[in-house]
Design a protein around this ligand. Sequence first.
Ligand SMILES: [Zn+2]
Length: 107
Amino acid sequence: MAITKSASSSATSAKRRGWASRAVIRDVEAGSTVDCAFCGERVKFQAKMRNRQVICNVYVKGHWDRVEHFHAECYERAGEPHGAIVGPLDQRRSPSPAAALRQAQAS
Ligand SMILES: [Zn+2]
């Protein structure tokens, strides 16, 4: 987790000392009971829809503060408040699909 300081310029132009907020995208899991931080509605699991959620680890002044969940489309609508999504759907930043998959399965 230390040597990932490569081309990270565009989205996180704000102060970036130590930990910064991150956003990843995940499939919504069955039994999910979180609400979208943007629209306030439940982030629901629907087997046929394969919904995706954006999970953000929010850091305030370099310290972890909270986790926020968004519907994938709501995160975009909100203007990516915690930076660009890092994860399987963002092939521009993923080193390889395999690595992205490992990342997705890690948590
Ligand atoms: Zn939403």
